[in-house]
Design a protein around this ligand. Structure first.
Ligand code: FMN
Ligand code: MN
Length: 525
């Protein structure tokens, strides 16, 4: 039973005790972020409050200072339980299993095989998005008299450059293939009708933008970083829209599977609308925009339509980021809003990022689980993967492998660095199959015991996450892989490798037999 929209999802959250209404007045400038930070970390610091486990409830702010009547939803994905509720599974491995089921399809050998495939193809067909004539996101259409400042957009941290839209589903179209993309890229609010468009240069939205630039600047293509190239922020007359501009639409406040699909690192060939349909097992319904040639989720709370001018970059940031530090200022494209449509009394959905654990950490963990079978397609020896939340997803990946030939751990590192957004991984630890990658104590014990650092560390250079503040250059730097597998003679290791200590079975069962008496003497019963 897919959630129809954000409100349907909120009803489910509230029924499960996972959503709290906040009627105490809270300021969208910093205060809501401070409240949410405490709730997501379980740290209630003021006198008399108690500490509880991280991953506190989703919050609906109903009394936002300066925005009478507005409602703001935050932390909707902020726990393992809510992430599972969002995708309607008891375990995220169920989603991975469904994906594996689809991937297990072998080339049909004969008529019978083909017949067997039909139900699966029919099932897949059920997930494609549908365009419908109208939807709730059109209840209010403002093509003229509108302002972004009508929404309770947050300033999250003291040194942030201003207010940022933090949970936007940004929709663009590949000018060559017509394929649509959905990506979550934060948007700094510059004024009533203008925002930043923080698609980092390796993301699909940025590639669509570059496709347009390649058309207009063929001489520069391939020689310079087109994302950094601009004729210097040409100021346009109010309302004018340059002919080459790139159309963009943004949906804020959708059903949870759709919002989640905007963060999954899908290959460019796969539209996130299809992924959302697959996750919710019901097609996403889309409606055509008013002023741009794009479609948006019909039931979105808020839709922003507009364009990104190819000739314009503007300073974006700083912004307190999920690294736990402020991401530095940089030049990014600018989004000009031409129309806003929304539901009656729209709910503004948002999030904050900062020091983990926070809401995005749970979303990242879901991506980790769901992508494991897909990673195994390229890396068949891969057994399990852990992206510890404090490793902020691009700093640390721990993988276990079944090692079969010399040098295989290095092959796995290179494969990860070649795999979509895993290219950003700053540090990869490769361990043998007997290590539980989710048990950080076991990982620490074994990785550090098993390495000769100079021999076992592999450095490489390549693209790094735009948020990395330590790399030698923005977006370009080094990465490290640690081969913490047991070393073999065929890898040049000639010393004996010791056995791991475990007690023998006989002694263990003898002690088991005495355990009742011992437990009494130890005061355990
Ligand atoms: C809350 C949140 C905010 C994000 N902000 C950005 C951002 O500002 N810029 C960016 O490039 N990626 C951002 N990401 C990560 C992208 O959404 C993610 O890399 C996604 O896969 C991009 O989609 P794409 O592959 O279709 O480009 C954010 C993710 C989350 C969960
Ligand atoms: Mn994408």
């Amino acid at each position: 039973m897919a959630y129809d929209d954000l409100r349907d999802w909120m009803v489910a959250l509230e029924a499960a005790g996972e959503l709290r209404r906040i009627r105490t007045q809270a300021d969208p400038i910093l205060e809501i972020a401070e409240i949410t930070d405490r709730v997501s970390k379980g740290k209630y610091e003021s006198a008399g409050s108690r500490s509880v486990p991280a991953g506190g409830p989703a919050l609906l702010f109903e009394n936002v200072k300066g925005y009478p009547g507005a409602r703001l939803l935050i932390n909707q994905f902020g726990s393992d339980k809510r992430m599972r509720m969002a995708l309607e599974v008891d375990s995220l491995d169920e989603v991975a299993e469904r994906i594996r089921g689809f991937m297990d399809v072998k080339s049909p050998q004969g008529f019978l095989d083909k017949m067997k495939m039909l139900p699966m193809l029919a099932e897949m067909g059920k997930f494609f998005p549908k365009t419908v004539p109208s939807g709730a996101c059109k209840q209010v259409i403002k093509g003229d008299n509108f302002s972004l400042l009508d929404f309770p957009i947050l300033q999250c941290w003291p040194q942030d450059a201003g207010r940022f839209i933090t949970l936007p589903c940004v929709i663009t179209r590949d000018p060559r293939t017509g394929k649509r993309n959905l990506g979550m890229y934060r948007m700094q609010v510059y004024d009533e009708r203008t925002t930043g468009m923080h698609w980092q240069r390796q993301k699909i939205g940025a590639e669509h933008y570059r496709e347009r630039l390649r058309e207009t600047q063929p001489d520069a293509a391939g020689r310079v970083d087109l994302m950094a190239r601009s004729s210097g922020g040409a100021v346009l007359a109010e309302g004018s829209r340059p002919s080459g501009a790139m159309e963009v639409a943004v949906a804020i406040g959708t059903d949870p599977a759709l919002t989640f699909s905007a963060i999954v690192p899908a290959p460019p060939e796969v539209e996130e609308f299809l992924i959302a349909g697959f996750l919710r097992q019901k097609p996403v319904e889309l409606v055509r925009c008013e002023t741009v040639d794009l479609e948006v989720p019909a039931s979105a709370e808020i839709v922003l339509e507009g364009y990104v001018n190819l000739e314009e970059l503007r300073t974006e940031g700083p912004f307190g980021d999920h690294t736990g530090f402020y991401s530095l200022q940089d030049q990014y494209p600018v989004f000009h809003v031409t129309c806003i449509t929304h539901r009656k009394d729209p709910i503004y959905a948002t999030t904050i990022v900062g020091k983990p654990p926070m809401e995005d950490g749970w979303m990242g963990k879901a991506v980790e689980r769901i992508f494991l079978p897909l990673m195994k397609l390229s890396i068949p020896e891969l057994l399990d993967v852990n992206l510890p939340i404090e490793g902020i997803f691009h700093n640390l990946m721990i993988v276990s492998i079944r090692k079969s030939y010399p040098g295989q751990a290095r092959k796995v590192m290179n494969a990860i660095w070649a795999l979509g957004q895993a290219m950003f991984t700053k540090c990869i630890l490769v361990v043998d199959e007997d290590v539980d990658v989710h048990d950080l104590a076991d990982v620490t014990l074994k990785v550090l015991n098993h390495i000769d650092p100079e021999r076992d560390i592999q450095f490489t250079l390549g693209p790094v996450d735009s948020l990395d503040h330590a790399s030698r250059l923005p977006n370009y730097g080094s990465k490290m892989g640690v081969d913490a597998t047991r070393k073999w003679a065929s890898e040049g290791f000639s010393r004996p490798w010791p056995d791991e200590i475990t007690m023998d079975a006989k002694t263990r069962s003898q002690v088991d037999g005495k355990w009742k008496a011992l437990a009494h003497e130890l005061g355990l019963d």
